[in-house]
Design a protein around this ligand. Structure first.
Ligand code: AMP
Ligand code: ZN
Length: 224
């Protein structure tokens, strides 16, 4: 068991469209030869997180239950994903037995955020409709200072109810033994008008929004 943390420069790249897919990490190679792999198997973009979990360049931390990787297209100064080692494709596959695992993943996210910058404000949460297979907790600093954040969809996926706080998910799992997500409003949320996540000011373009949010100080004490 080791706890290495590395940080990384921002990378330029494109975002990808929304789909759902699940696959187990250890079975990646086996699937390469199976028929079911042809559509969304290894090599398909939606399995990219599983590949990154095995990539020493992407991995920042690992223990017996989970792996933390850098988000390949970070939408903020610090953006990590914490993934369970067990095969869990998405939130819908969770049950009451997974509460401790989700708490562990949350704790791991907090630990990574503290090591990245203990003064900067972070959020920890899940997308209502994830695009990538294998359950992943987003650990994202609230500066949203990244060239990879390019579209309204990117912005709204991290600043509207499309982003569900990890603590809320854990509570629901404890109370109900399963996660129910109302996906009917997801597309509407992603199309919402751009609005500052700190002062709620409306902005008409992504460049205007970025210039605006750069004026805020996003600290854990009090964002101003
Ligand atoms: P979502 O499935 O919408 O919750 O988000 C998936 C996240 O994975 C996005 O923030 C992407 O930038 C990120 N991502 C996409 N492909 C990879 C990859 N191969 N390795 C690491 N992160 C990735
Ligand atoms: Zn503002």
């Amino acid at each position: 068991m080791h706890h290495k943390i590395f940080f990384y420069p921002l990378r330029f790249n494109t975002f990808r469209s929304i789909h759902n897919y699940s696959v187990s990490l250890p079975n990646l190679r086996k699937m390469a030869s199976s028929n079911s792999a042809k559509k969304k198997g290894p090599g398909h973009w939606s399995t990219g997180l599983l590949t990154s979990m095995e990539d020493p360049e992407m991995k920042v931390d690992e223990d017996d239950k989970c792996v933390t990787i850098k988000d390949k297209y970070p939408k903020a100064q610090y953006h990590f994903l914490v993934l369970p080692k067990d095969k869990i494709s998405n939130l819908k596959n969770l049950n009451g037995d997974n509460v401790e695992l989700l708490k562990h993943i949350h704790f791991k996210g907090q630990e990574i955020a503290d090591k990245a910058d203990k003064h900067l404000l972070f959020r920890f949460g899940y997308h209502a409709v994830p695009s990538m297979g294998q359950l992943h907790l987003h650990v994202i600093s609230q500066d949203f200072n990244s060239p990879c954040l390019k579209t309204k969809k990117h912005w709204n996926s991290f600043t509207t109810e499309y982003f569900i706080d990890s603590e809320r998910i854990i509570k629901q799992l404890e109370n109900k033994g399963r996660i129910e997500i109302d996906t009917s409003s997801s597309e509407t949320l992603l199309k919402k008008d751009l609005q500052c996540h700190i002062c709620s000011k409306k902005l008409s373009t992504i460049p205007a929004l970025k210039s605006h949010i750069a004026l805020h100080c996003v600290s854990r004490k009090k964002s101003t």
